[in-house]
Design a protein around this ligand. Structure first.
Ligand code: PLP
Length: 391
């Protein structure tokens, strides 16, 4: 297996947005892209297409197809039985989010989300003129938990969808079965469609478990659209390949009445073959990556406790994203700007994740331990100034 960790020089030569958004003196730790080389099997799948110059319309039947690979992966990774007929390949997850909202609600209808939340959920609700129904996660002292009573209360008669990143971005929660069950109960009671975004499902740390929402029960499945892809777990977001999985045929038919399949386009052949290779053969690579990420997670936890105790931080149970609540630190004009200017570290501004995220930042630790150390050193150095400033 080729080396997974990429050097700073290799990363700086990349043409992706992660390494191009900020000037060269900034270390990027923002968008959910990892600084690792993809699995050899994925690389081989891409090279095969390139070598054969095989760029015609896709015909990938049976084992070579996306639906069969998804079925295999869902069973192998989560013990979840899916029906290939429920799969709709799409270009990316956000498309799945938008099209679900268009298909199952009207302007003014309510969509419930648990905030802070990955910004495109909020954008989808705002730009389609649906009504944001917010149920904030609550800090229980060790993790950000779903406010179950709050959830029961916020849903009203014109609420149509519950959208949930499962695992949750930005907090890195893997929701417990109890939390998911309550969400499912609320959805069933109020006849809501559930959109469960499971893009981070591969990146779960020891002691925690990803539970696909649609695996909870047949009643939950019948109203759940699962959105997923291999793009986060296997680091291929630029290849634009994802799928929507409808937990019942009736749900898929209802969707298609409002949203013709052709309107959504389809993934490209490179994305399909890379995804199939990742889902079928990528597990050894994933295991290696998770070991690096888990080490980074431990280092970050220790670092924040000792060097930046003003940051409120709940260790993520999944994802390579860390949610840092800097509200008590009084960093001006905002923690995001402060760290960009003083530390030369490019994070995500928590304000984009909703009101609940103001004063917070999201840090991506999906990089080599060496680069992470450099990022942490810069952050620590930058706040020394604040610590030394007169009150
Ligand atoms: C929770 C979540 N959903 C969706 C996406 C984006 O998916 P796509 O690039 O397929 O639209 C991301 C990317 O960071 C994400 O974190």
């Amino acid at each position: 297996m080729a080396t997974i960790e990429l050097t700073l020089e290799q990363l700086r030569a990349r043409r992706g947005t992660k390494w191009r958004k900020f000037p060269p003196d900034v270390l990027p730790a923002w968008v959910a892209d990892m600084d690792f080389a993809v699995p050899d099997e994925v690389q081989a799948a891409v090279e095969r297409i390139v070598t054969q110059r095989d760029y015609g319309y896709a015909a990938r039947e049976g084992e070579e197809g996306l639906a069969a690979a998804f079925k295999y992966y869902a069973k192998a990774s989560f013990g979840w039985d899916v029906d290939e007929a429920g799969v709709l390949p799409v270009g990316d997850l956000i498309q799945g989010m938008y099209s679900s909202v268009y298909a199952f609600s009207e302007p003014g209808d309510g969509v419930v989300v648990q905030t802070p939340i990955y910004p495109p959920f909020l954008d989808t609700i705002a730009t389609t003129e649906r009504r944001l129904i917010e149920n904030r996660l609550v800090d229980d002292g060790t993790k950000y938990a779903v406010d179950l009573d709050g959830l029961r209360k916020v849903v009203d008669g014109r609420t149509r969808l519950l959208m949930v990143p499962n695992p949750h971005n930005p907090t890195g929660r893997t929701f417990t079965r109890d939390e998911l069950q309550v969400m499912a109960e609320v959805a069933i009671e109020h006849d809501l469609i559930v959109v469960s975004d499971e893009i981070h499902a591969d990146l779960v740390y020891p002691g925690h478990q990803h539970i696909p929402f649609a695996s909870l029960s047949p009643e939950a499945a019948a109203r759940t659209i699962t959105l997923t892809s291999a793009t986060k777990g296997f680091n291929i977001p630029g290849l634009r390949c994802a799928l929507m999985y409808f937990g019942s045929q009736q749900l898929k038919e209802r969707f298609h009445k409002r949203m013709p399949g052709r309107l959504l386009g389809s993934p490209n052949v490179v994305g399909i073959d890379a995804t199939v290779a990742a889902w079928r053969y990528g597990q050894p690579w994933l295991k290696q990556v998770l070991t690096i990420l888990d080490g980074n997670r431990a280092r970050l936890t220790e670092f924040l406790a000792s060097e930046m105790p003003g940051v409120k931080y709940r260790q993520p149970q999944a994802t390579y994203l860390a949610w840092l609540d800097c509200r008590s630190m009084n960093l001006k004009p905002s923690p995001f700007d402060y760290f960009l200017e003083k530390a030369k570290v490019g994070l995500n501004d928590g304000a984009a994740f909703g009101e609940a995220g103001v004063g917070c930042v999201r840090l991506n630790f999906g990089t080599s331990p060496k680069i992470l150390e450099e990022i942490l050193g810069r952050l620590a150095e930058s706040i020394r100034e604040v610590a030394l400033a007169p009150a």
